[in-house]
Design a protein. Structure first.
Length: 242
């Protein structure tokens, strides 16, 4: 993993003018190193057995990064900019680590060498990326510039995607209506089927209602971003929650 200095240098170099600094930046500079201190846990299942394991840093689950991005919105909507920064920083940590391709020629582990060179080059951001390729790579310049590009894009997206508490409450209500409509549709279909086949509708109806209970409308994610509700991740146990 890149050093803490490199993680923070990437954030500072990529900081967009449309985002305020202050508590948000202070939180990000803390959060961007936190996964090295307190791990996030993901659930892994194999042959019907499930266990919790540390989230991989160089191949992070997309759901983990998305969780922290949504959590950052949740805290911002509630006025806690420092916690919003910590959550966003944790998302950025995984993006930075995921930019490093640890193997060369599929066999040679170049992890330590690549990240040591990235640490030496970090002070040259963003100028070193002018004309340079950026992609997940075992080339230190390409990996560093990829991490920089991902950071810049996520910070700008965070600035543009702000949802107010009022809009969050609207999405929460709309999501609940969708679940009510879906539940009603299953019940009506089950009753209609039961007229002709009294018992044949029981199992499909039970399965449908169970599926609806686990279904999370997209509106709920937007409601969380607006601070109107707190969702619980299904993929594991994050170190930071709402």
């Amino acid at each position: 993993m890149p050093s803490w200095r490199t993680h923070r240098a990437i954030v500072k170099a990529a900081w967009p003018p449309e985002l305020p600094r202050g508590e948000l930046l202070r939180g990000i500079l803390r959060g961007v190193v936190e996964p090295d201190i307190e791990a996030d846990l993901v659930t892994r299942c194999r042959k019907k057995r499930c266990r919790e394991a540390r989230a991989p840093h160089h191949d992070p689950p997309e759901a983990l990064v998305r969780w922290y991005y949504d959590l950052a919105h949740f805290f911002r909507a509630r006025g806690d900019m420092y916690s919003a920064g910590r959550a966003l920083g944790r998302a950025l940590h995984y993006l930075h680590d995921g930019a490093v391709k640890t193997k060369k020629w599929l066999l040679l582990n170049v992890h330590d060498d690549v990240e040591a060179q990235m640490d030496q080059l970090a002070s040259q951001l963003p100028h070193i990326c002018n004309g340079a390729k950026h992609r997940r790579s075992n080339n230190p310049v390409e990996a560093l510039c990829h991490a920089y590009a991902l950071t810049s894009a996520l910070l700008r997206q965070f600035a543009a995607d702000a949802i107010s508490p009022q809009v969050g409450a609207y999405y929460k209500a709309r999501g609940r209506r969708k679940k009510i409509y879906a539940t009603s549709a299953v019940v009506v279909a089950a009753v209609a089927t039961a007229v002709a086949m009294p018992y044949a509708a029981l199992v499909p109806a039970a399965v449908g209602l169970l599926a609806i209970s686990f279904w999370m409308p997209r509106d709920y994610v937007l409601a969380m971003r607006g601070g109107a509700m707190c969702l619980r991740p299904t993929w594991g146990r994050p170190a930071m929650t709402c």
